[in-house]
Design a protein around this ligand. Structure first.
Ligand code: TRP
Length: 332
């Protein structure tokens, strides 16, 4: 080995060690030096977001990008905390990640606040325009694009009418800190105004407030509705406890929230969403420009029902709904 070559190898080793010393986006260089560094920031751990992340990793593998082979994935949990998320993204930036994947709205907002250069592909952002992430769904315009899981309040209220037709008041249980919920709640209010229904709001700022917020609603309303809200999704056990014992049907907005004890929803398949997100990441790895890649919405939706919850509430789910629904049988 020539002297110059030795020096280069030494420099390389030091570089590899330095990179490995940082946890965020730490990656080694393979023989060709082409390992793509991907940082994943996930708002928090709850079943739906975990499903999304797992299916993104699977989708990337299907596209030929496997962690530890030609890509390195650095996964970080944002703990539902904006300052935690910002510092995670700062590390991704310092470590020169090639792509950032942001799962859920606040995670995508944290990512965009820290970099206008590194491509950010978001997953499951309910309303990317309202959240200030893109100029429009068709032409995002900057370094950010991804997938949306939007489901309108109206569609879920229509389902609610078929299952429990006699309601006049709707409790709205959601987190005031999530822009993904804010825009859907605005839609719920419009729907209520048009249909002569009343909305009673109960907003929380973190998971520990969910039980009390549910209790506040339980004796005031006929049914309760939650949008695709991360804070509520991670406290489903306390919410369903309250509503099931008070005999209040709890309509939710995601399959996982029905599996965790909500009565019913009309929603998308997050495994499919994860795969679609992965394909967009692949496109960017292969040279695509996020500014010109339209946000993808999921077109396939289905009904999800929890029959144990229905039983606890003494509600008979109409046969035609049951026939087409995906049924969950436990509140586990
Ligand atoms: N749509 C949510 C957001 O924009 C994220 C999300 C995905 C979610 N799946 C969910 C929230 C299930 C609650 C339940 O932040």
């Amino acid at each position: 080995m020539k002297k110059g070559m030795k020096k280069l190898v030494a420099v390389f080793m030091i570089m590899a060690l330095t990179v490995a010393a940082f946890s965020a986006c730490g990656g080694e260089t393979d023989e060709e030096g082409t390992t793509v560094k991907i940082g994943i920031i996930q708002l928090m751990e709850h079943p739906s977001l975990n499903t999304i992340r797992e299916s993104i990793v699977e989708g990337l593998a299907e596209d030929g990008y496997t962690d530890g082979e030609n890509i390195t994935i650095d996964y970080q949990n944002g703990q539902n905390d904006m300052s935690v998320m910002k510092s995670i993204v700062q590390k991704f930036v310092a470590n020169e990640c090639d792509v950032i994947i942001a799962i859920a709205t606040p995670a995508a907002q944290a990512a965009l606040s820290e970099t206008e250069e590194i491509p950010i592909i978001f997953a499951a952002v309910t309303d990317p325009v309202d959240a200030g992430l893109v100029d429009s769904l068709e032409a995002p315009g900057a370094n950010v694009t991804g997938t949306s899981d939007e489901v309108s309040a109206e569609m879920i209220m229509d389902l609610a009418k078929q299952i429990t037709p006699e309601f006049k008041t709707i409790g709205a249980l959601y987190s005031s800190g999530e822009d993904n919920s804010a825009s859907v709640i605005a839609g719920l209010k419009e729907y209520a105004a048009e249909n002569d229904l009343e909305v009673v709001e109960s907003a929380v700022t973190n998971t520990s407030e969910v039980k009390q917020a549910a209790q506040y609603l339980a004796d005031k309303v006929d049914v309760v509705y939650s949008p695709i809200d991360n804070t509520v999704a991670s406290a489903m056990a306390s919410a369903t406890d309250v509503f099931n014992s008070a005999g209040v049907p709890f309509y939710v907005s995601a399959d996982s929230m029905v599996q965790d004890g909500g009565l019913a929803t009309y929603g998308i398949d997050y495994t499919v969403l994860g795969k679609e997100t992965a394909h967009m990441v692949t496109e960017v790895i292969e040279g695509g420009n996020p500014a010109a890649m339209p946000v993808k919405k999921m077109s396939d939706m289905s009904i999800y029902v929890n029959t144990d919850t229905a039983k606890a509430l003494n509600i008979e789910i109409p046969a035609d709904i049951l026939e087409s629904a995906t049924v969950f049988t436990s509140a586990e």
